[in-house]
Design a protein around this ligand. Sequence first.
Ligand code: SAM
Length: 230
Amino acid sequence: MIATAQKVQQLLAQASSSELIIEPDDEGVEINLVNSRLRFHHSFISGPLPLRATQPGQAINRACSNKQRSITRLLDLTAGWGADSLMLASHGKRVTMLEQNELVYAILAYSLDRLAASANGAAIAQRMSIENCNALNFLNHLGDDHDYDCIYLDPMFPGHKSGAKPAKEMQILQAITTNLEMESCFEQALDKARKRVVIKRPAKAASFNDVKPDLVYREKTIRFDVYLTA
Ligand SMILES: C[S@@+](CC[C@H](N)C(=O)[O-])C[C@H]1O[C@@H](n2cnc3c(N)ncnc32)[C@H](O)[C@@H]1O
């Protein structure tokens, strides 16, 4: 644990440059992409992420649940800012987040640590964990005895020529990270998930890899395609 905390501190301390300023504080991490004038305070305690996580009836919660209430353990292959994982953990799921980008991982790990130390968030933080790895590697080494009921993916959406810009936190993520081997991750997820795979898609996009989903849960601009594996 100490080694991980040290690694996180080190990554955050080394990340700042004239273009990207990273400032950890008591509640999370301030991220400032200077030339693009994009700022975002990443926190699981205050701001938009915990606010959204407490809202009921989100399509993602329905997509990652079943009537039997037997989906309790989730693997999020594309953690990003952890907004989706926080939402799922706030609604009782245990979630392991995977993130390939070292800086994004360090920001998430730091904010998760702050959540664990907070009075109201400790129970939620206990249901969340994070690993810095390529999800495809993780899946390739996952044995048959794993307990992930649901495997979740949220690949970065391709930019739209005419459409509105995504939220600034997503613009920052797009500037500093990329999709890695998502098609293979999706195929492996279908092979390994105990009960279902859920993938977030733009509302009007084609099915991922042209594989037709079993169920679809829609919101205004996005949808969640569900593939039943049991
Ligand atoms: C669109 S973002 C996910 C946003 C996230 N769902 C949220 O709620 O904030 C996609 C993230 O997946 C990560 N990623 C892409 N390919 C990956 C891979 N093969 N393994 C692990 N992480 C990956 C990217 O670095 C990026 O941070």
